[in-house]
Each structure stands twice: as structure tokens, then as C-alpha cells.
Design a protein around this ligand. Structure first.
Ligand SMILES: [Zn+2]
Ligand SMILES: [Zn+2]
Length: 164
């Protein structure tokens, strides 16, 4: 019997709030599950959102604390800060936390939500070299170049005519 087989009868709580006493009694736990989609709502600022996530957990019991190593991975739909296109991206984040044996519940959902919220980048890009939109005509420069002249792109260009 492998180490994993020992734990296969354990029902992972859907809200990821584990009873400390269960983990201690089993002497640890390894498990994985799909994160309830409702729990992913609102973690990113719209229109960015997490579409799906699964979590892998490994609990180990020490003398008076429980250590958790975890990994959450899935797919997110995010808007490119340059061309505004929505793209699907895979993501994977790892986390680690320790809990006292004395607390009743180990709230992994809180930890997962915190990890996901912190993984939101200030500027998502559809690709590292995205050319973005032309500020004059709005053309997506990844698709084709427009006729706007580079000198017109200066923010002062529009003012030029006004002071003649
Ligand atoms: Zn882009
Ligand atoms: Zn243009």
C-alpha cells in the first residue's frame, strides 16, 4: 500500500475547511480537488476573471502544528493592457502555511482565495511583445500597421495647429 492509498477514503470538504482533528488522526493528508466556481468570483477586477482552478494539498502533522503545502492551478481570462483583447492563460501558484493543532478548522479556501487574489498582475499582456492599439485610430497594430505617421503620435501634435 502506497502512502496515497491510506487517504483515498477521505472526503475532501467542498468548502476546503478541514477539521484539524481529522488531519491529526490520519497523521497527515494528501488530496486534490476542484475549487467551487462560486468561490472564484470577484477575485480579479472585471473583466479579468478566474475560470477554473484545482488545488493539490499536502498536510503534514508536526508535534504541535500542521504544515500545508499547496498548489492551485487552472485557467484565467484576462484583458491585455495594450491591445485590450481577452485571452485565456494557464496559471499555477504555490503556497505554504502552518496552523496550530489547537485550532478547530483549517480554512484552506481562505488561503487559496488569498493566493489567487495576489496573483492578479497590474498589467496582463496577451504576449510579451504585444504592439497594442494605435492611439490615433485604434487599429490593432498586431494585426496590421495603420497609416498614422509616427510624428503624429506625440501628445503635443494635436496642439500644434491651435497656436499658429
Ligand atoms: Zn495585447
Ligand atoms: Zn493609426
Amino acid at each position: 500500500m502506497s502512502e496515497n492509498d491510506l487517504y483515498q477514503d477521505y472526503d475532501v470538504p467542498h468548502d476546503l475547511r478541514f477539521k484539524t482533528i481529522d488531519i491529526v488522526r490520519m497523521g497527515g493528508l494528501k488530496c486534490s480537488c476542484v475549487v467551487n466556481a462560486n468561490c472564484l468570483d470577484g477575485l480579479f477586477e472585471a473583466p479579468n476573471r478566474i475560470i477554473k482552478a484545482t488545488v493539490e494539498l499536502s498536510f503534514s502533522v508536526a508535534s504541535n502544528e500542521i504544515l500545508v503545502l499547496g498548489k492551485v492551478q487552472g485557467q484565467r481570462e484576462v484583458q491585455c493592457a495594450r491591445c485590450l483583447k481577452m485571452t485565456l492563460q494557464p496559471f499555477a501558484e504555490e503556497f505554504t502555511e502552518s496552523y496550530s493543532n489547537k485550532q478547530e478548522i483549517i480554512d484552506i479556501m481562505y488561503l487559496v482565495r488569498q493566493t489567487l487574489a495576489l496573483s492578479e498582475e497590474i498589467r496582463f499582456l496577451c504576449k510579451p511583445d504585444c504592439k497594442g492599439l494605435c492611439p490615433m485610430c485604434g487599429q490593432d497594430l498586431n494585426v496590421s500597421l495603420c497609416k498614422c505617421q509616427p510624428e503624429n503620435l506625440s501628445p503635443f501634435a494635436a496642439l500644434k495647429g491651435k497656436f499658429k
